[in-house]
Design a protein around this ligand. Structure first.
Ligand code: F0G
Length: 449
């Protein structure tokens, strides 16, 4: 691939810098704002027509790559590399064959809600079980190509799992900061399994972010949180993949969970680049759903505030237990530009939604289930109509937080409502006595076909 130069553009001032000129915290020192990656063909660049990719040719090429055995073609991120030309040499891509995740239909949930068309893009089907892999393959490849030996992140668990895995593949050293006791065991075990130096800090995610900022300022350590705009280049590819999987039809509404707020931002960038380049003729609405206990964007949105006010976050959807989201301005811009909405979901609403997704045979982690909980509210308030084609973005695999699932089914979480109890399947614990087992099974089977 020919290397196409890119720049980093401050989202506040529009000032551009060369990739090598960026500071270790990926913020513009003048404005304190984040950067986004800009290519010669980007909309913000004006007329870059001579560099414009050809949609028809690329649709063919990307489809053909599905049959290729080359690792970067087998990757559902690098398969679209013409729209993310961030590496000097493709051979430097560090890939675990991420992306290419399934787009499932949710027939029972659709019927329950009175929707004709409801799909779930399951990003939990990535190599480390979350959507973070799509952004980690890109940003960590940049770190490796630029010669960094150490990488680091603060995380609620999924970023750290992904970073640890990709660092291990590239032979880099990884340091992760996670809030002690506030992340799911599955995620903690992953970063250890992949050989990262795992630091559990007695603080929350927002405290971990502060600590990390000091570490990267004083050491040659490459920051891999989602303030790093190369993460978003990978995380925009599910937008391309959704369109490709729908035969280049665009859904009406895409609903994402909101934590640090990079993911909604990245998808927005993906869809608007596709539209700008002529791959699609319109952009879906993108709505962001937060947990009620970690809802600074929701508060900003409903109170029509100018600035976002951080909150002290608390939710059992630990992946999105974030009170001071770094990418809020980017996400706010996407919601406004696409005509989307911002909602919040209570703990009980999340628990029920998660059980309903599980009952479809799909499953996801609690943070992903806020999308369905939010969709129900968006339908109630009329922001989603029954004729709309809706895609929920499921961000993490159900096995990431099995403790949550078990607590729900044992009745240790949620309410005693009929709606929740209808989905509860607590295990039967009993003696290995055949007649007792038979009696119990007969009772269970009675009335069910
Ligand atoms: N869903 C899951 C499963 C997540 O792990 C996260 C974020 C989100 C949703 C929210 O995405 O932050 O881009 O708005 N997890 C981060 C982490 C913060 O450290 O793993 P976002």
């Amino acid at each position: 691939m020919t290397f196409v130069s890119h720049q980093l553009r401050c989202i506040g001032s529009g000032e551009r810098i060369a990739p090598d000129a960026v500071s270790s915290d990926f913020r513009d020192p003048a404005t304190g704002e984040l950067y986004e990656i800009e290519y010669p063909w980007s909309e913000t660049k004006g007329n870059g027509a001579q560099f414009r990719p050809n949609p028809q040719a690329l649709k063919h090429l990307w489809a053909e790559r599905r049959d290729s055995t080359l690792p970067i073609d087998a990757s559902g991120v690098w398969r679209y590399r013409e729209l993310l030309p961030i590496l000097r040499d493709d051979a430097n891509a560090v890939t675990l064959r991420e992306g290419s995740t399934p787009l499932y239909d949710l027939p029972r949930t659709a019927k329950l809600l009175g929707l004709d068309f409801l799909l779930a893009k399951h990003q939990g089907m990535n190599p480390t079980g979350s959507f973070k892999d799509t952004g980690m393959t890109t940003a960590l490849s940049v770190a490796a190509e630029r010669g960094f030996k150490w990488v680091a992140c603060a995380s609620t668990g999924n970023t750290s799992a992904a970073m640890a895995a990709y660092a291990a593949r590239a032979g880099l050293n990884a340091i992760v900061f996670i809030p002690e006791g506030k992340i799911a065991w599955g995620k903690l075990s992953q970063s250890m399994d992949y050989g990262a130096l795992t630091v559990q800090l007695k603080t929350d995610f927002d405290g971990c972010v502060k600590m990390l900022a000091e570490i990267v300022r004083k050491n040659p350590v490459y920051l891999l949180n989602s303030v790093n705009p190369y993460r978003l280049e990978g995380q925009k590819t599910p937008a391309i993949e959704i369109c490709e999987q729908l035969d280049w039809q665009v859904p009406d509404h895409v609903i994402v969970p909101g934590g640090n707020l990079a993911n909604g931002s990245a998808l927005g960038k993906g869809f608007s680049e596709l539209k700008h380049l002529g791959f699609i003729d319109r952009i879906p609405k993108i709505s962001v759903i937060q947990a009620q206990g970690a809802n600074p964007l929701f508060q900003w949105f409903t109170n029509e505030e100018k600035l976002l006010h951080p909150v002290t976050a608390d939710t059992r959807a630990t992946a999105i237990r974030i009170g001071n989201p770094a990418s809020w301005r980017k996400a706010a811009r996407v919601i406004e530009a696409t005509g989307g909405w911002c909602e919040q979901a209570s703990e009980d609403e999340i628990a029920l939604a998660k059980a309903q997704i599980g009952a479809e045979g799909i499953g996801c982690e609690p943070a992903s289930a806020v999308t369905l909980a939010g969709l129900k509210k968006l339908m109630k308030s009329g922001h989603v109509q029954s004729g709309e084609r809706v895609v929920l973005l499921l961000t993490g695999h159900t096995l990431k937080d099995s403790e949550y699932t078990i607590d729900f089914h044992k009745g240790l979480l949620g309410t005693d409502s009929a709606a929740e109890n209808a989905y509860r399947r607590p295990p039967l614990v009993m003696d290995a006595d055949e007649s007792a087992v038979m009696r119990a099974l007969e009772k269970e089977m009675a009335g069910k076909v």
